[in-house]
Design a protein around this ligand. Structure first.
Ligand code: HPA
Ligand code: ZN
Length: 337
């Protein structure tokens, strides 16, 4: 079997996936119709043509506008189940999904509508597709710390369904330190923590996320290579980076996939994982991220094996579950050695 065939068959865990970023143009149009909303686009093709981004903000403007078609519990359910169904095709066995409640509560949708829809779909996916899951609530960092705290409070009744809190949206100018108190409260309530850092923002944001927010993983983190002391720390502590190669090219963090620093991150001994971020907007789900990155960087079987194992190691699964998945990764790799 060739490497690309191996990649298709490997059991995968997806750790960096914004559920609102899986809204495909077809579903966007269907939901707009179902909810009697006018879209600023006349066709699927027009929607896809609008997806030309120059940086993170130019994407976020379109992404938040698209999310406005999500209104009812059924809409959130259908969005989430469609993603799981697509993920199953890539042999994804475990997902840790971000959701952005403030994107919805900010336009009058209730928190419980959002979480009920998403979590029922996750239960359906576990049952029908055998995909396990964790849910991660992300705070929008361009909004205030007080608004994040209020969001955390509205999530407390659903604490059992939410494994962790994270931080996303416009990075530069909104350092992790802004959310220190919110994350302290979240940890006291029993949530694990993660944060987007070092995507467009400087390596010092990664340091802040570790020191002030006590995160278990860094989402993106690709700019860590600018700080050798930080790289040594990330390697020593095996802090996972949830890297999203196609996202990084679409948002111009790197000009081309060939210029992506994923191989350097691996060579530095970091716990790197491959993820899809917002696949409906960035042109590829997790399988495509693996396949295209392997080709662009000429990754070998050992590197692919490491990336696949890292995803389970870096997940919030229990040790026995991690070991079970890693064994099945090892078995598939052994078939081509
Ligand atoms: N970065 C920050 N915020 C986001 C992203 C991202 O890649 N995707 C969705 N929200
Ligand atoms: Zn992201």
């Amino acid at each position: 079997m060739d490497l690309q065939g191996l990649i298709r068959r490997l059991p995968k865990a997806e750790l960096h996936l914004h559920i609102e970023g899986t809204l495909e143009p077809e579903l966007m149009m269907q939901l707009a119709e179902r909810n009697g909303l006018a879209l600023p686009y006349a066709s699927i093709e027009e929607i896809r043509n609008a997806y030309k981004f120059s940086d993170l903000q130019s994407f976020l403007d379109i992404y938040y506008a698209g999310a406005a078609v999500l209104q009812s519990e059924a809409d959130f359910h259908d969005l989430t189940y469609a993603y799981l169904d697509r993920a199953a095709q890539d042999n994804v066995r475990h997902v840790e999904i971000f959701f952005d409640p403030q994107t919805h509560t900010g336009r009058g949708i209730r928190f419980d509508t959002v979480i009920e829809g998403i979590s029922h779909a996750l239960e359906d996916g576990q049952e029908r597709l055998d995909i396990s899951y964790r849910l991660i609530l992300c705070f929008l960092r361009h909004l205030t710390a007080d608004e994040a705290m209020a969001t955390l409070e509205s999530a407390l009744p659903y604490k059992k369904r939410i494994a962790a809190v994270g931080l996303d949206s416009s990075e530069v100018g909104h350092p992790p330190s802004k959310f220190k108190a919110v994350f302290e409260r979240a940890r006291a309530e029993g949530f694990l923590t993660v944060a987007h850092a070092g995507e467009e923002g400087p390596p010092s944001y990664i340091v802040e996320a570790l020191d002030l927010l006590k995160v278990r993983r860094i989402d993106h983190g690709v700019r860590c290579l600018e700080d050798p002391v930080l790289v040594a720390r990330l390697a020593k502590d095996q802090i996972p980076l949830t890297v999203c190669p196609l996202s990084n090219v679409k948002l111009r963090v790197f000009d081309t996939l060939q210029q992506h620093n994923l191989r350097q991150l691996l060579d530095a001994g970091l716990c790197v994982t491959v993820n899809s971020d917002d696949p409906a907007y960035f042109g590829g789900y997790i399988g495509e991220n693996f396949l295209r990155t392997q080709q662009a960087l000429d990754l070998g079987i050992e590197e692919i094996h490491t990336l696949a194992k890292n995803a389970f190691i870096a997940s919030f699964l229990g040790e026995a579950e991690k070991a079970r998945h890693i064994r099945s990764v090892d078995e598939i790799v052994a078939t081509i050695l």
